[in-house]
Ligand binder design. Structure first.
Ligand SMILES: Cc1ncc(COP(=O)(O)O)c(C=O)c1O
Length: 458
């Protein structure tokens, strides 16, 4: 050990004491803020501090609590959460029913024996069968979206006996090596190439490209195991495909014997106005990936789900794919409670209604500030606004942040800002969000696009 145990005990005691406190003193706040920034710089990654809006001014914002549809930082500044943890908080922050389920489970048993049968893993798998479309029936639980994608790709290889995949440009499926093969951003992939060598990317949203890639692969004998697509691209910039895209891809997959893998990690659990985004088009994928909001906004959990014929590959050797913490009781009860809340409070329907209203209002702003806001697109409460440059996109999200509204760019660019609030967002909060966005648009539009002196040629 680099530090004497006595000193470590003192520090952990202090930290544990803070975790348990309801009210913390000004001194505690100052210490925690300073220690957080310093430990990020020295023990997490100083690079992160460069990117975070929360440290981009004198004011360092350290998160401390969340409730309803808001975050509060340690100094008590409240943020309306229009980001939703990149799609985690569909049922709001710490929904009482989810917290109650997790707390009750924690009081009895936290993690699983790994040997006995686990009741809540079983209940959750049945529940996912009940809410997913078509013949989707069996689930495997992991801890993240990327893990769900890994499992889905392995299952597609097992079932088809093929090794190649088709994915889309601007796709994001995670950063573990298999999922990264399908992810499309060069900066994330290049240092690790060749990863899965036979993963081909075609432009998103046009089924002709998928057809041509499947045909070519077929002609050269490089048969495709799976076509993996997000029903709406999240990190690629909130890209909504035409309505005939998924139905056509479904037919093409059937024609060429490839499996359709729908990555619903971000679009699932009511986000787009239906429980799953593919439900908008009545498409049943062969494998569906889930994550993010599946854990009810309280626990991390991911899943891949498929039908019996495909899952039979795993019957004789269930340990062909396994993970220690996947399907743990805390995560499973959180997911069960989260699904209960989604249905009980009709949150997918709410996302459709509130989302349509927000899109309409934002499009109104776009019409007023056409040079600043170049596009507003989305479905349900998965909404993107596009700005002319990354710098302007960042300026908008920073100005909103300063005014207590949390949004962010996407992983692919800062010029597309995503709006993905909890589906529980209230009318009053929607109004406040739109008013703040309007204020910020006015300020930034004035700065960049108004009162510019036209240079006079002499
Ligand atoms: C569509 C999609 N798939 C997979 C992932 C990866 O999930 P995770 O970050 O939990 O590994 C993400 C994360 O943003 C995602 O949006």
């Amino acid at each position: 050990m680099k530090v004497p145990a006595q000193d470590i005990l003192k520090e952990t005691e202090k930290t544990l004491g803070l975790i348990g406190k309801h009210e913390i003193t000004e001194e505690d706040k100052a210490w925690l803020t300073e220690a957080t920034a310093s430990h990020y710089a020295n023990h997490v990654n100083p690079g992160i501090l460069e990117y975070r809006k929360s440290v981009s001014t004198e004011y360092i914002s350290v998160e401390w609590a969340d409730h309803g549809n808001c975050f509060t930082d340690i100094k008590g500044k409240k943020y309306l959460d229009l980001l939703g943890g990149y799609g985690i908080f569909n049922v709001g922050h710490r929904h009482p029913k989810v917290v109650e389920a997790v707390t009750n489970q924690l009081k009895r048993q936290a993690l699983h024996s790994q040997e006995l049968l686990e009741p809540f893993r079983a209940m959750l798998a049945k529940l996912i069968h009940d809410i997913t479309p078509g013949d989707l029936q069996f689930s495997f639980f992991g801890n993240s979206g990327a893990e769900a994608v890994e499992g889905a790709m392995k299952l597609a290889m097992l079932h088809t006996g093929r090794k190649s995949f088709i994915a889309a440009t601007a796709a994001f499926h995670g950063k573990t090596l298999g999922a990264l093969s399908a992810t499309a951003k060069a900066k994330f992939r290049q240092p690790f190439l060749p990863i899965l060598p036979d993963c081909y990317h075609v432009p998103y949203g046009d089924a002709d490209y998928i057809e041509s890639a499947l045909r070519s692969a077929d002609e050269v004998g490089n048969d495709i195991a799976g076509v993996i697509l997000e029903p709406i691209q999240g990190e690629g910039g909130i890209n909504v495909p035409p309505d005939d895209y998924f139905p056509r891809v479904r037919d093409l997959c059937d024609r060429y014997g490839a499996l359709l893998i729908a990555d619903e990690v971000q679009t699932g659990m009511g986000r787009t106005g239906k429980m799953f985004c593919v439900d908008h088009w009545n498409v049943v994928p062969d494998i569906m990936c889930l994550g993010k909001a599946l854990g009810g906004g309280v626990m991390p959990i991911g899943a891949f789900v498929s039908n019996k014929t495909i899952w039979e590959q795993l019957f004789p050797e269930p340990w062909l794919h396994s993970t220690t913490f996947g399907g743990n009781p805390l995560a499973c009860v959180a997911a069960i409670a989260g699904i209960h809340v989604l249905l009980d409070e009709k949150l997918p329907e709410r996302a459709a209604k509130v989302g349509a209203e927000m899109i309409e209002k934002l499009r109104g702003l776009r019409r007023r500030f056409p040079k600043l806001c170049m596009d507003v697109r989305g479905k349900g409460l998965m909404i993107g606004m596009e700005f002319p440059t990354d710098a302007i996109g960042y300026e908008v999200s920073k100005a909103l942040f300063d005014k207590g509204v949390l949004v962010a760019g996407t992983l692919f660019s800062a010029k597309a800002i995503r709006i993905e609030p909890p589906l529980t967002i209230t009318q009053q909060e929607v109004n406040m969000a739109i008013e703040t966005i309007e204020k910020v648009f006015k300020e930034i539009n004035a700065k960049h696009f108004e009162n510019k002196k036209i240079p006079v040629r002499k």
